[in-house]
Design a protein around this ligand. Structure first.
Ligand code: NAP
Length: 303
């Protein structure tokens, strides 16, 4: 079905969501302006207050991501504009990737892969030892949808699991820590799964990083803004923190080069939800929200 409603298209890589044909369905606009009721954007792109202001008729911002930290939601709501996101459909893939990062750091998988490819196994012999993930104390910072899925995945291998959110979660069987520093002090692995945005900016600061310590490992699949990146780099380079598995960074796509040479660190280019299956589901949910709005029906996943 073709709908002539203009849609402000802010996603930079619609092809990575299977949305390259969307122009056949809607009249896609690349610039804000009057007459546009719907904006479609991604988690990285978001939409700022100036762009919202430049669309006086805007009624819906559909975010094709679960994280909406790059959307000025308060401002949008004050202007009577609804915001939708794509929760749940990406939870499994992001949780899988968190587990993959843990295994990659502890078992040095990327490092050893490179060792083989460079011919060093043959020339230098068997490399040194890695560390076990099984039996570790795993702390989860942010027991939301993804945090919970991570807890479920590590349940069979973790020694113990504990978590911190702003409040204990009803029905959660894991031990609650009221303070992120106390959680980091206890944990051998700290997995960051909180929402991004102003409320969590720098939540993982120097104190949390140093509490995790020289044997500890930080995994971040949430948002780069949650971690004090300067403190993280300093701690990893100086050995005050044992290792890190990072999918997200403060200033993507720029990653601190000081990390490039560290064996203890695994770096990914923000791949949490980036599978064909999940991206297709995210795109479908974002479009279903737009269709619900255009059809005068209740939004499926309002923020
Ligand atoms: P969610 O269900 O809303 O969970 C977010 C959790 O953060 C909640 O448990 C919340 O608990 C906690 N939280 C929020 N503010 C906090 C604070 N100040 N201190 C401690 N905990 C806080 O969201 P989700 O679906 O699990 O997604 C989590 C985040 O993952 C997203 O917001 C997004 O940024 C990120 N993500 C990354 C990728 C990737 O590609 N790497 C993909 C998808 C999502 P309380 O309210 O009890 O504090």
């Amino acid at each position: 079905m073709t709908d002539t409603s203009p849609v402000l298209m802010l996603m930079k890589r619609p092809d990575l969501f299977g949305l390259e044909g969307l122009g056949e369905r809607y009249s896609l606009q690349s610039e804000p302006g009057p007459g546009i009721a719907v904006a479609l954007t991604g988690g990285n792109e978001g939409i700022d207050a100036a762009t919202i202001d430049a669309c006086p008729d805007l009624k819906l911002i559909a975010v094709c991501a679960v994280g909406y930290d790059k959307v000025d939601v308060e401002y949008a709501k004050a202007r009577g504009i609804a915001v939708t996101n794509t929760p749940d459909v990406l939870t499994d893939d992001v949780a899988d990737l968190a587990l993959a990062l843990m295994l990659s750091v502890f078992r040095k998988i990327p490092h050893y892969d490179q060792y083989v490819r460079e011919g060093r196994w043959a020339s230098e012999g068997t490399p040194g030892l890695s560390r076990s993930l099984t039996g570790r104390r795993i702390g989860i910072l942010g027991l939301g949808r993804i945090g919970l899925a991570i807890a479920e995945r590590v349940r069979p291998i973790a020694g113990e699991i504990a978590y911190h959110s702003r409040s204990p979660k009803a029905g959660a069987e894991w031990r609650y820590e009221a303070d992120p520093v106390a959680l980091a002090q206890w944990a051998e692995v700290l997995v960051v799964a909180v929402a991004g945005g102003g409320g969590t900016k720098g939540l993982v600061g120097k104190a949390v990083i140093e509490a995790l310590g020289p044997e500890g490992v930080l995994i971040n699949i949430a948002r780069g803004s949650v971690v004090d990146e300067e403190a993280l780099v300093e701690a990893l380079v100086s050995g005050k923190l044992g290792g890190a598995g990072l999918d997200v960074f403060a200033d993507e796509p720029h990653v601190p080069e000081a990390l490039f040479g560290l064996e203890s660190v695994v770096l990914l280019p923000h791949q949490g939800s980036a599978t064909r299956e999940t991206r297709a589901q995210m795109a479908k949910l974002a479009i279903d929200n737009i269709e619900a709005y255009l059809g005068g029906k209740p939004l499926l996943t309002p923020v």
